[in-house]
Design a protein around this ligand. Structure first.
Ligand SMILES: [Zn+2]
Length: 367
């Protein structure tokens, strides 16, 4: 069955900033937000519980994302800015709490997954009784917390508490942090960053390289003793008019595949064609370009075992910046025919849709 793992979604940030209720339909949320400032600020939502079920997205990595305060970047609609590690810490704990509350209050819609036992039970449920096309028998979506930008980790002594509370994946950077260089803010791992990675590996955290500057990412690939992913990143080589340090160049991709890294490819228009806004708009961006990204990475890996999907929905963008075939996440399966047309077999489609990230989870999650 073509079910999906989506390795990167920013639910908690949207819940905190805009009060989005992801147990509702994405279309209901859009109607609720009509006439507010939200759609113009962050785009129309792509996510909702019915739409996850329609696409058979059984499992997501849900981020804890807080925004570093930087000159010129403050927006009043974003309530998740931090000016100090202590503020980042408070906000990140609140976001993790919001996932726990979501799963407690809407157990029909979302379920926290932290162990192999929980993962197996959850997926057995999905595979034995998959949701029907006609809308009957919708199932809860599994949610694994992922910290995007680790400034909120106050000290290494605190790391076990994060683990015990259900955090399983950490990306040290978004912008630069005290741990390493990040997007728009290059730099290597710091001494504190190296210590963080050692402590993470000891507890069994998955390391997310996304947003790490290449200098830091290369160091992490050499030194990290645990399992590594890139939850949401594309190959820069294919992205017309792209510049910056957010996407992956070929040298870094090669080093990642040597370490068995799985990369979540992103259907965000800016990461498919950087100048799409000026050169034709959303109607010129197709899921075929995401299929091109996937194919490029699979060709580099020499197999279909190292690529997955990390949509980054609703990560500061929405419908307006997504490929034309996507009206919501319900349309994610429309990607697969583009891969079939390139010659990918059913077993390879399943690996890309869920199997590769599932393999990561099956090696990384505790019993
Ligand atoms: Zn991100």
């Amino acid at each position: 069955m073509n079910w999906f793992i989506d390795a990167h979604e920013d639910l908690a940030w949207n819940m905190a900033c805009f009060g989005r209720d992801y147990s509702r339909s994405a279309f209901q949320t859009r109607r609720t937000e009509q006439g507010t400032l939200i759609p113009a600020y962050t785009g129309d939502t792509m996510l909702g519980w019915p739409e996850y079920n329609q696409a058979k997205v059984a499992l997501i990595f849900g981020t804890l994302f807080v925004t570093p305060a930087r000159p010129g970047r403050i927006d009043p609609l974003d309530t998740q800015y931090y000016a100090s590690p202590a503020e980042a810490n408070r906000l990140a704990w609140n976001q993790l709490g919001s996932y726990r509350r979501l799963c407690e209050q809407k157990p029909h819609a979302f379920r926290l997954i932290g162990t192999q036992t929980e993962l197996t039970l959850h997926l057995t449920n999905w595979l034995d009784n998959p949701p029907k096309e006609n809308g009957s028998g919708y199932l809860p979506v599994g949610l694994i917390p992922l910290m995007e930008g680790a400034e909120g980790i106050l000290s290494l002594d605190e790391l076990p508490r994060w683990w015990d509370a259900g955090l399983r994946i950490i990306g040290p950077a978004w912008a630069g942090t005290r741990f390493c260089g990040g997007t728009h803010e290059p730099g290597p791992l710091t001494t504190e960053g190296k210590a963080l990675l050692n402590a993470m590996a000891e507890l069994g955290f998955i390391l997310d390289l996304s947003h790490m500057d290449a200098a830091a990412a290369f160091q992490a690939l050499e030194s990290y003793e645990g399992i590594i992913i890139a939850s949401h990143a594309n190959a820069s080589r294919l992205v017309q008019a792209y510049s910056g340090n957010r996407l992956l160049d070929d040298d870094l991709i090669r080093a990642m595949f040597e370490r068995d890294v799985v990369i979540g490819t992103v259907p965000f228009n800016n990461f498919l064609k950087a100048d799409w806004g000026k050169s034709g708009g959303r109607q010129t961006i197709s899921l075929s370009m995401l299929a091109d990204q996937i194919d490029y990475l699979c060709q580099m890996a020499g197999d279909a075992a190292h690529v997955g999907i990390g949509t980054d929905f609703d990560g500061g963008f929405g419908l307006q910046s997504s490929p034309k075939e996507l009206d919501s996440i319900a349309d994610l399966p429309k990607l697969l025919p583009f891969l079939s047309a390139k010659g990918y077999a059913q077993s390879q489609l399943e690996a890309i849709a869920h199997g590769n990230f599932l393999r990561v989870l099956q090696s990384a999650l505790p019993r």
